[in-house]
Design a protein around this ligand. Sequence first.
Ligand SMILES: [Zn+2]
Length: 374
Amino acid sequence: MPLPPGSLLELTPQGLYCRAARAWIDPWRPVPRALITHAHADHARPGCGEYWATGVSEGILRQRLGAGINLIPVDYGQLHRIGGARLSFHSAGHVLGSAQIRLEAGGESWLVSGDYKRCADPSCAAFEPVQADVFITEATFGLPIYRWRPGAELAGEILEWWRAAPQRPSILFAYAFGKAQRLLAELAAIGVGEPGQPGGEGNEILLHGAVEALMPAYREAGVRLPPTGPASALGRGANLAGRLVIAPPSAHRSVWMKRFKLPQTAFVSGWMAVRGARRRRGYERGFVLSDHADWPGLIRSVKDSGARQVYVTHGNSDGLARYLRELEGISAEPLAGGVGAELDDHRDGDGDDAAGDDGDGDDGDGDDAVARGS
Ligand SMILES: [Zn+2]
């Protein structure tokens, strides 16, 4: 369903537009002024005149879009005026620096969630519930089958998996920005990297270059992480048995893998909750850890927003909107023909692009998930 004419936000060929602020939110084409929810590639694209984004995400955005971009850093909760609109950024709990964007003009307020989650994540600030008249929410995992377990539990299982194979390198595949660092932070939170603990010797956890490149931004932000080193620093003949290696999915089945003898492999993603996804992708093990809201998290966030109107994008937008209307009595519609359509195209790919990253924290296999649950 398109947005009603004259709304505070409208859909244009460049993306979601706020006329009062003359600004686009996460535009997919170059525009004069972009408001960026977070630094994943399907939300932050190059070529815009002006980028408004959280100061926490500045380092990552400059690294990905160019050091010279015109970036206006904002704090969470800080109120700004642009033209006839007031806007503020609020933590989305998705990845480091991620934000929901709230816009207000003409006596009406809208909240755009970007990607978000409600589960605790030691690598970024927690989701902040914010109220608005209209809420645009994502629904990447918009089916009741998706219910996440705490990250600490998954970290415990990963640690066990790693330590059970001292004769082999253990390679964990996870998206290079966000998921990889969250994994490391979850491991640090259960003691990994402390002196005398696994990972405490400083050379036991190795990172692929695409993951390594984003580590300074996390360390500067004060995120507690175990000691890590670049996998590239070790020569081809090095003994990698017993090491834990974190790499983006694009490295799986690439020549990069040749340096590892008899590795055990695992993929970390919300899509690992879908039966068959792990085997089809050729991983020995799957760990279900997502940076998107699960089903209860989506419902809770819609209720927390207090919105009288909800629009749903990404993933199972039809199903979530129908559930909200029919079972919760909330006016909700899928947002069609714009944000959802364009971004779903991106997400339904394998997500392994040339840059060694995926664009988003939980990419690929979206079709299967929807088919299975419908
Ligand atoms: Zn994202």
